[in-house]
Design a protein around this ligand. Structure first.
Ligand SMILES: [Mg+2]
Length: 268
């Protein structure tokens, strides 16, 4: 199974209820009713796609590929999020209980947890190429042969955290069989931290780890929060958990949640 074999489209009202108002930005299309009573409650699909292109600062190359601009508003937003995260982690590290040697506190090895797609690696070129119409086959074709760019600001932030002695863990919904492609991409994208099996968790539905009580039937929230609990059990204090989906962030086991923007798809 791949990251997502089915695109579940929830009514926006349900999305809003799941996400909570604290996560929802101004201007987000929020329908009043699960079943729209008027077309005015539904954003126009073509206009949404045009807006997405404008937001990412779409650049079309000579071969017809589309990429996000480093000067686009998406890039500005993710750089801002990364810069704030750095300040927060810096404050944590200068506070109590977080020192490179553990500071004498048994359970205080600082760590951060990050999702991969649209948190450390940017899927815009892939999503634009497939018309936002995800399939596991299209994803495999892309991951096998292409490398995604890092999310703007995140490579610098993650490499900084690693240099400061913060252990970096990646927890992705990508499947275990996609590990080698993913490791290659992360290295090519310039991520300097170790991305071995101890630090990089992919979803293994055939042979789920013993610490996941839900086994092969985990929801994303159960898989991701259960993996964070496992990381904590190894003596880490997760200072922040980064993701572009609310399902990356729900379920606790982190001192703070950091939401990256992603208007392209929704994963429950
Ligand atoms: Mg993601």
């Amino acid at each position: 199974m791949s990251r997502r074999s089915v695109r579940t489209v929830l009514p926006l009202v349900a999305v809003a209820a799941l996400a909570g108002t604290a996560f929802f930005g101004v201007g987000q299309a929020t329908a009043e009713h699960a079943v729209p009573r008027s077309d005015k409650e539904i954003p126009n699909l073509d206009q949404v796609k045009t807006k997405i292109e404008a937001y990412y600062g779409d650049i079309e190359t000579g071969d017809g590929e589309h990429y996000a601009s480093p000067r686009g508003n998406y890039a500005k937003q993710t750089r801002g999020i990364a810069a704030k995260a750095r300040k927060d982690i810096e404050r944590d590290l200068h506070g109590h209980g977080h020192h490179r040697d553990g500071g004498g506190h048994g359970k205080s090895r600082p760590a951060i947890v990050l999702d991969v797609d649209d948190t450390t690696l940017l899927t815009y070129n892939f999503e634009r190429r497939i018309g936002y119409n995800f399939s596991p086959e299209a994803q495999d074709d892309y991951l096998r042969t292409e490398d995604m760019a890092p999310v703007f600001g995140m490579r610098k932030f993650v490499n900084w955290a690693h240099d400061k002695g913060v252990t970096v863990f990646l927890v992705t919904g990508r499947a275990e069989y996609q590990r080698d492609w993913s490791v290659r991409n992360l290295k090519k994208a310039g991520y300097d931290m170790p991305v071995d099996k101890e630090h990089f968790f992919l979803k293994d539905e055939k042979n789920p780890p013993a610490y996941l009580e839900c086994g092969s039937d985990c929801t994303t929230v159960e898989y991701k929060s259960g993996t964070r609990a496992h990381i904590e059990d190894q003596g880490y204090d997760i200072l922040a958990n980064f993701g572009d989906q609310y399902s990356d962030l729900a379920g606790g086991h982190a001192a703070r949640e950091v939401k990256l923007p992603n208007p392209m798809y929704y994963l429950p």
